[in-house]
Design a protein around this ligand. Structure first.
Ligand SMILES: *Cc1c(COP(=O)(O)O)cnc(C)c1O
Length: 370
């Protein structure tokens, strides 16, 4: 049995006719950048998020960048985000001229530790950027409370959590602006780069849209200098097809996670993902924690059995070479540091067979016995 970490081919073949039709229609519309399929997706995705406005953009990193710019945050300002995330989060902050302030993570959920946020607030802090990692929403109530008290904006990085809920509320409703990536491997994935911004604020939506399109509402009337970050019509057409399946796919991911949990209970060295009572995770990733320095051995053992895994992320962001100049110490982010040596992402996608999950968990148990 060869079990890849992700299998986009199986998903494509399950909806091939619809995708092929949509692609052909998009090409035959002869609008390539933006167009009717992007417009339709924006309407449908806003509805899906229970929000007023959706702006399709080039990718998730740009969505975060444009959201910060739309809120007029930049040079001289600071934004607080989680120490364990993808570099796109912090790149977006730095690119606006603002400064990234990392906060350590909660060792159970791997999301930002809400008790670490207030220590990082200075007079320059303008926003908190919670990252809903692995599909699991951050603990939003305390974040909202802190944001209100210190008059900060909340920009959510929901690039891994399309369709997730916090206390039964769709995650987008709990931030000023929420940003999504439709990178092919995400729960809702395009066939190339794409992203979106979702908000209830008309002005911010318009500002983000203009920023993403050379500072204009209409051709050659540039009201300010912007950028070029627009969604392709082809990606809009593909996303329209896939959006209809997102809830089903997320539901299947949740049942795959339950099966993993069941088969891995009582395995001494393994801690299965903790889904707090407040959230509905959409399991973009299924991340276990391996105690006693056995992570790399298990990963290797699985690989020798043709089971492919990932690590998200092998080096916590503050410790990557890109942030070497900030001179962080392990002790600054002890939980993020410890997690990076113990976490292991197992295969997780709706098309993953239950028999594959049994096989994977058997091999993990074998590895531990060895
Ligand atoms: C994927 C991802 C991004 C960036 O999205 P791109 O579309 O690849 O630019 C940002 N943050 C997180 C947490 C992500 O997983």
């Amino acid at each position: 049995m060869n079990i890849p970490f992700i299998d986009l081919k199986k998903q494509y073949f399950s909806i091939k006719d619809e995708i092929d039709t949509a692609v052909s229609e998009a090409i035959n519309s002869f609008s390539f950048v933006g167009g009717e399929f992007v417009n339709k997706f924006e309407t449908e995705f806003a509805k899906y998020c229970n929000m007023e406005y959706c702006v399709g953009v080039g990718n998730g990193t740009d969505a975060l960048f444009l959201a910060i710019k739309a809120l007029d945050i930049g040079q001289g300002d600071e934004i607080i985000t989680a120490a364990n995330t993808f570099i796109g989060t912090s790149e977006a902050i730095t690119r606006t001229g603002a400064k990234v302030k990392f906060a350590d993570i909660d060792p159970e959920t791997y999301n930002i530790d809400v008790r670490k946020i207030e220590n990082s607030i200075t007079p320059s802090t303008k926003a908190i950027m919670p990252v809903h990692l692995y599909g699991q929403p951050s603990d939003m109530d305390p974040i909202i409370e802190i944001a209100k008290y210190y008059n900060l904006k909340i920009i959510s990085d929901a690039c891994q959590s399309h369709g997730s809920f916090y206390k039964k509320i769709p995650i987008s409703e709990l931030a000023d602006i929420t940003c999504f990536s439709f990178y092919p491997g995400k729960n809702l994935g395009a066939y190339g780069d794409a992203g979106a911004i979702v908000t209830n604020n008309k002005e911010w939506a318009l500002k983000a849209r203009m920023l993403a399109n050379h500072g204009r509402r209409e051709k050659y009337n540039h009201e300010f200098e912007g950028f070029n970050s627009r969604m392709d019509n082809l990606q809009g057409a593909i996303l329209n097809v896939k959006l209809q399946y997102l809830d089903d796919w997320n539901g299947i991911r949740q049942s795959k996670a339950s099966l993993y949990n069941k088969l891995l209970t009582d395995v001494d060295e393994i801690i299965t993902p903790v889904e707090t009572k407040d959230v509905k995770s959409v399991y973009h990733l299924y991340v276990i924690r391996v105690k006693n320095q056995k992570r790399d051995f298990i990963r290797q053992y699985l690989k020798s059995n043709e089971i492919f895994t990932g690590i998200h992320y092998p080096v916590a962001l503050p410790f990557t070479p890109a942030y070497k100049h900030l001179n962080y110490n392990k002790k600054d982010f002890p939980e993020a540091y410890r997690a990076s040596g113990e976490i292991l992402s197992l295969p997780m996608y709706p098309e993953l067979g239950d028999e594959s999950i049994s096989f994977i968990t058997e091999k993990i148990k074998d590895a531990i016995k060895n």
